[in-house]
Design a protein around this ligand. Sequence first.
Ligand SMILES: C[S@@+](CC[C@H](N)C(=O)[O-])C[C@H]1O[C@@H](n2cnc3c(N)ncnc32)[C@H](O)[C@@H]1O
Length: 276
Amino acid sequence: MTIQVSNEPDDFFSFEHDGWEEVCDGYEQYFLPLTRQSVTPLLDAARVTTDLNLLDVCTGSGLIAAAAAERGACAVGLDFSARSLDIARRNYPAIEFHEGDVQALPFDENRFDAVICGYGIIHVPDPAIALAEMKRVLKPGARLALSVWQAPAPDNGYGLVFDAINTHAEPATALPHGPDFFQFSADGKLAAALEFSGLTDIEVDPLSQTWDLDAPARFVDCMLQGTVRTRGLLLAQSEPVRRRVLTAIAAGIEPYKSAAGGYQVPMPALIGSGAK
Ligand SMILES: C[S@@+](CC[C@H](N)C(=O)[O-])C[C@H]1O[C@@H](n2cnc3c(N)ncnc32)[C@H](O)[C@@H]1O
């Protein structure tokens, strides 16, 4: 198993960091109603119950840490974006949040009874190092659970976005190289990565999730205001090309129109977990 890494780790790290500082409000507004649907499956996969010490890495606005605390866990959140942590601390003042890089966790080994990483591993320059760090801070026998998006397909939202991008956009050579965003989405890849990291008792389950959107333009807002790499790819296009891509994304949502008049876009995920 080879886990892909960035060829330009420092540049990619800065690009992601600066991007999250910029889009964290948009992510909270547009993506949280979606990623909220992954929280219970993640907590269950990590066997989160009352009275355990839990670390939520790439916590963003703190949603998973807060849900763990509601189950009675002593939850700590970590993110590298100071602005995301401002939101997290405002949302959940009773929870302890740390600023830091998931590739170099500021915690002793064997400290936590559970570690969770919601849609974070797909943003780091070296996911193998991040997985090793998450494993290092787990107590023996404790579980790591993480979520990634399923691969783009004709019947899901990322399929719609990348079909529009691949059809209309130019390759964005100006963006720093990052590992394939969907490297853990292919059959067996997430389980293999967890096994490669030395975890055992591995489970990977698909999760159906739906984005409820009120208008086609909202899907474009989600991509432009709540993502880093996809947004970078779109902003790197000339104005006419970008308009063509955004028009195609907005048009592609039509099959997902519901009887009530809104749009229900499938955004399936994978929930993977394993024990140290
Ligand atoms: C897609 S958001 C996920 C937020 C939340 N966990 C959820 O499930 O909705 C990714 C988060 O990872 C953070 N992040 C990305 N790379 C990171 C790194 N190297 N170290 C720590 N946090 C990182 C970003 O700042 C962002 O808040």
